[in-house]
Design a protein around this ligand. Structure first.
Ligand code: CA
Length: 225
């Protein structure tokens, strides 16, 4: 999962970024609305965490402009106060969920995972494809019921394919969602990572669709795990 965190409180932003990153999330930071606006229109994210009190306008105004431009990605707003009017304004501008400061980082993580899952059309926290299952709440992948040990990058890649399943995902889309903007890999890196995943989960788990990209194999028992 790759998210955009829009927050001008430096200490809060740094702490939240660190905690989310230790849970395997890629976090791009923007400390004002203008930077965030540039990033959401030029890069791909799975979700935005948006502070409402920004130095260059209210988060609500930025959000509402994104929605008008047809940017549909899930947005979780951070509100400083327990004021229902802030939340109401956030929701009418197109927010999907909110967290009130001060918050537990784990709560932000749970809400983000649920938002991203729902954005992909999955209502249940566990998404199963064949004998591979992703528990989006726990952030864990199992193969035939056994936990699989994956690196953070392998987890992001597999998790993205599972969320998108049964859609075919191109290498460039995978690369946008799995790697940091400043470490954009060539497509070969993705191929290498897919081979590693196949070794861990079974050679048939991930299908190569020639000229298009990758997708999860749906045809039931594929694992050698
Ligand atoms: Ca603020």
């Amino acid at each position: 999962m790759k998210i955009l965190l829009v927050e001008d409180d430096v200490a809060l932003a740094r702490n939240l970024k660190q905690s989310l990153e230790s849970a395997g999330v890629l976090v791009t930071l923007a400390d004002d609305g203008k930077t965030a606006d540039y990033l959401v229109t030029t890069e791909q994210f799975d979700a935005v965490v948006l502070d409402l009190g920004l130095p260059d306008g209210s988060g609500v105004q930025w959000l509402s402009s994104w929605r008008q431009q047809g940017i549909e990605l899930p947005v979780l707003i951070l509100t400083a106060r327990e004021r229902w009017s802030d939340k109401a304004a956030g929701f009418s501008a197109g927010a999907d969920d909110y967290v009130t400061k001060p918050f537990e980082t784990a709560e932000v993580m749970f809400r983000l995972r649920a938002l991203v899952r729902r954005a992909h059309g999955h209502a249940h926290p566990v998404i199963s494809v064949g004998d591979i299952a992703l528990d989006t709440h726990a952030g864990q992948i199992t193969c035939s019921g056994m936990p699989v040990s994956l690196t953070a990058q392998e987890f992001r890649l597999l998790s993205y394919l599972i969320h998108a399943s049964p859609r075919v995902v191109s290498r460039s889309e995978l690369s946008e969602h799995v790697y940091d903007g400043d470490q954009e890999p060539d497509s070969n890196v993705i191929d290498v990572q897919v081979s590693r995943l196949r070794r861990k989960l079974g050679s048939e788990t991930i299908e190569t669709v020639r000229g298009q990209g990758y997708r999860m194999n749906h045809s039931g028992e594929t694992g050698e795990c």
